[in-house]
Design a protein around this ligand. Structure first.
Ligand code: NAI
Length: 463
């Protein structure tokens, strides 16, 4: 008998397992694949490895000569780049395996199904086995969706397929300008593909302020990514060059040819065959319904990560895992869903947290705004990374920081600094009094924050 059985060992499941075990619970973690789930095996980790490798290759070819470094005769060994990616994945998977082991979590290989109250049946190559537990967490993640008129095939791939191309596509079309589309578009463009991204929405990156998203679009265009908005893909047909993609752009019929297509139009929760009919928690819009503490409406069943509401992000999933493990152990844990950071790992990175200016305008909150361009930041200048901006908002009456958006070098790390201030209710004035090292790109965040109260030093303040 277990205190807790977890279905899935991605960033939601394995983190919940470790935390529960730390709190003295007897834990089993059921997994059909390798530990680490999508994030470690076919998502965040391999994509970030390729993002880093491709950026180095690109910089070596295009930037180093200007720095006085001879970078002629650079060539790409894609097979080696892929081997390094896979080695990185395997090292981390091994790390998770040993963490589970050292925390005395039992790793149970197979496919789990909740068959009765407190009972999970696990099928593998052998005869199904039954396990019992007081609590069960569903952390089975999500899978990439197809479009009604476009299905996956050898040349029409999802993010996993796009992380394993054996040669650089000449012409690559990506459907969807979300996180996956922009990250994978960047990878293959840097390695030499001619990349076109077709996006259905009229706005580019809608969660961002227009000034920031326009800046990003302009920068990506300079990088060679052709992004078309308001596009409806209608059909794919075989052509001499590979695939012909027919689409409507702002009501105009259009077509483009490609040798590979990446479909990056979102993901869907993995809920197939998880429950017996009598024990099924409520499911709405393809997601398991849960309260703020990730409890379902079936006693003893919890659900976390991509199978429930909220952004499909590894860090959100892990924090839900910790919260649920602690609640099962009797602690009073919660999660601040308002402050979950988002990062798109392009170059420069895009990161944001909290409220955007659009949201603030629609709300009753009166706010003050500040911004600072990286072109005025000394460290960004020394590194030749001057594109981008930091935007910040604070409450006009309490001075508490309400939102931050960064497009620029180390945006992911900068937003995290602001988030620590936000989570702790630190005012913009107080953050302004913090000493930031010079020269660092973090000073751009400091200056954007100072500019909220017209105190920036290295730009003209708007009064
Ligand atoms: P997404 O939801 O981020 O973006 C999908 C994009 O496709 C949207 O802009 C949507 O408007 C567009 N789209 C939908 N239907 C379309 C159509 N028929 N034609 C053209 N465009 C269409 O989903 P994505 O990029 O597939 O990523 C899946 C999940 O994985 C997301 O929830 C994302 O947050 C997460 N993820 C996060 C990463 C990160 O945090 N850096 C990296 C990769 C994925």
């Amino acid at each position: 008998m277990y205190d807790l059985l977890i279905l899935g060992s991605g960033p939601a499941g394995y983190v919940a397992a470790i935390r529960a075990s730390q709190l003295g619970l007897k834990v089993g973690c059921i997994e059909k694949g390798a530990p680490g789930g999508t994030c470690l095996n076919i998502g965040c980790i391999p994509s970030k490895t390729l993002l880093d490798s491709s950026q180095k290759y690109h910089e070596l070819r295009t930037k180093y000569a200007n720095l006085g470094i001879d970078s002629k005769d650079i060539s790409l060994d894609l097979a080696k780049m892929m081997t390094n990616k896979q080695d990185t994945v395997l090292r981390l998977v091994d790390g998770v395996k040993s963490l589970l082991k050292s925390n005395k979590v039992e790793f149970i290989k197979g496919i789990g199904k909740v068959v009765a109250e407190g009972e999970v049946e696990v099928s593998s190559d052998n005869k199904p086995l039954s396990y019992r537990a007081n609590n069960i967490i569903i952390a089975t993640g999500s899978y990439p969706v197809e479009l009604p008129n476009i299905k996956f095939s050898e040349d029409v791939v999802d993010s996993e397929g796009a992380l394993s191309f054996q040669k650089v596509p000449n012409n690559l079309v990506i459907v969807g300008a979300g996180a996956i589309g922009l990250e994978l578009g960047s990878v293959w463009s840097r390695l030499g593909s001619n990349v076109t991204i077709l996006e259905a929405q009229k706005e580019f990156l809608p969660p961002l302020d227009r000034r920031v998203s326009r800046l990003i679009q302009r920068e990506f265009k300079l990088q060679g990514l052709s992004i078309f908005l308001d596009c409806q893909v209608q059909a794919l047909n075989e052509s001499t060059k590979g695939i012909e993609i027919n689409y409507k752009e702002k009501e105009q019929e259009n077509s483009i040819e490609a040798d590979k297509v990446i479909l990056a139009v979102g993901r869907k929760a993995n809920l197939n065959n998880l429950f017996s009919e009598e024990l099924k928690p409520s499911i709405k819009n393809g997601l398991i319904e849960v309260n703020d503490f990730c409890q379902t409406d079936v006693k003893g069943i919890w659900a976390i990560g991509d199978v429930v509401r909220g952004p499909k992000l590894a860090h959100k999933a892990s924090e839900e895992g910790i919260m649920v493990a602690e609640r099962i152990a009797g602690l009073d844990a919660g999660l601040n869903y308002g402050n979950i950071p988002n990062v798109i790992y392009t170059h420069p990175e895009i990161a944001w947290v909290g409220m955007s200016e659009d949201e603030l305008k629609k709300s009753e909150i009166s706010y003050k705004a500040g911004s600072f361009p990286f072109s005025a930041n000394g460290r960004a200048l020394t590194a030749g990374e001057t594109s981008g901006i930091v935007k910040m908002y604070a409450d006009a009456s309490t001075d508490k920081i309400l939102g931050v958006q960064v497009f620029g070098p180390s945006a992911s790390e900068l937003v995290q600094q602001a988030l620590i201030a936000m989570d702790n209710g630190i005012t913009s004035k107080k953050l302004g009094e913090t000493v930031f090292s010079h020269p660092t790109v973090s000073e751009a965040l400091h200056e954007a924050n100072l500019s909220i109260n017209a105190r920036a030093i290295h730009i003209q303040n708007k009064l």
